[in-house]
Write a protein that binds this ligand. Structure first.
Ligand code: ADP
Ligand code: ZN
Length: 302
């Protein structure tokens, strides 16, 4: 086992988590509020400088970022956050900033691909390939591991925007899909802010167990999970994020997932053992930053 240290950065829309560590685990870590790009990145760099004075030099940097991001190495904007609605963060060249400041290899991917990699290497997806990691929190996003690494394509998976039937539960305060782009997408109904808006509460967590909202969220989530399963044929789907703290949600989603598939896919993993097919994360909130450390290690090996 290697003693080399790497830097991992989970770049989120509300906070950045920055860590020093390696495949063994995290040596030191800090959370930094996401404000302006200049201030946030300065704080990340200052922390890395201080942490490396304390723990020793690091070999490479890995970044898992909110997005959309440009992962095309041939593109002029490779390594940037691109069209995010987050004010001030459009076209921020994350990779370039860290390459220029530290002169080290920088691995780069989406936050959810990084989390999928973390779970694949160290968490609930070890040895599982293809693997999907879906997070349902402030937004909805999904990452995919296939052939041992994150799936990239034309862009990168954007599973939050899977189109799903609009739920029809009576009694909602605001029936609209909350996504500004789509009439009826997963994120527009099941991310935390969408649930709150839909049911007229300040926070999704304020809805009690047994509220019709939770049945609806589980069912809508199941539509997304079915679409993921029939498209990518993953061997497991990990579902995390703050919304999954909602009462019984994972079980509700599993139940609707089986019902909607209607025995079409006759594999025991789905018909008999769905509890091991749709699972909670093994690394809790650490998947992203552990995955970012793995991205650093892989960038160093390249
Ligand atoms: P982020 O997506 O910003 O990384 P999280 O994954 O922690 O953060 O998700 C935050 C979202 O989860 C918020 O919209 C919040 O309302 C929701 N949430 C947090 N706790 C609960 C809970 N107990 N039940 C339902 N939703 C929750
Ligand atoms: Zn959408």
């Amino acid at each position: 086992m290697s003693d080399l240290l790497y830097a991992g950065i989970e770049a989120g829309g509300t906070k950045f988590v920055v860590a020093l560590g390696n495949s063994e685990g995290i040596r030191d870590c800090e959370t930094i509020d996401t404000t302006t790009p200049a201030e946030t990145l300065d704080n990340v760099i200052d922390w890395l400088d201080a942490a490396s004075r304390e723990h020793g030099r690091f070999e490479a940097i890995g970044i898992g970022s909110f997005g959309p991001v440009d992962l095309d190495r041939e593109s002029a904007s490779y390594g940037s956050i691109t069209t995010t609605p987050k004010p001030g963060w459009q076209n921020v060249p994350l990779v370039q900033v860290f390459e220029e400041r530290f002169g080290l290899p920088v691995g780069f991917d989406t936050d959810v691909n990084a989390a999928a990699l973390g779970e694949h290497l160290y968490g609930a997806g070890q040895g599982i390939d293809p693997l999907v990691y879906l997070t349902v929190g402030t937004g909805v996003g999904g990452g995919v591991i296939v052939n041992g690494g994150p799936l990239h394509g034309l862009l990168h998976p954007e599973m939050g925007h899977l189109l799903v039937p609009a739920p029809q539960t009576p009694g909602v305060v605001d029936p609209r899909c909350q996504c500004p782009f789509h009439e009826s997408c997963l994120e527009g109904f099941v991310c935390g802010p969408a649930i709150a808006k839909r049911w007229g509460v300040a926070k999704a967590a304020a809805l009690p167990a047994g509220a019709p909202a939770w049945e609806e969220v589980g069912e809508t989530l199941a539509h997304g999970l079915v679409n993921i399963t029939v498209t990518l044929s993953p061997r497991r789907i990990i579902v995390g994020g703050g919304v999954l703290k909602g009462p019984g949600l994972l079980d509700t989603a599993r139940r609707h997932f089986q019902r909607l598939l209607n025995n079409y896919l006759r594999v025991p993993q789905i018909t008999d053992d769905v509890g091991n097919y749709i699972v909670a994360p093994g690394l809790g909130d650490w998947a992203g930053v552990r995955g970012a450390l793995a991205l650093a290690e892989r960038a160093d090996e390249e």
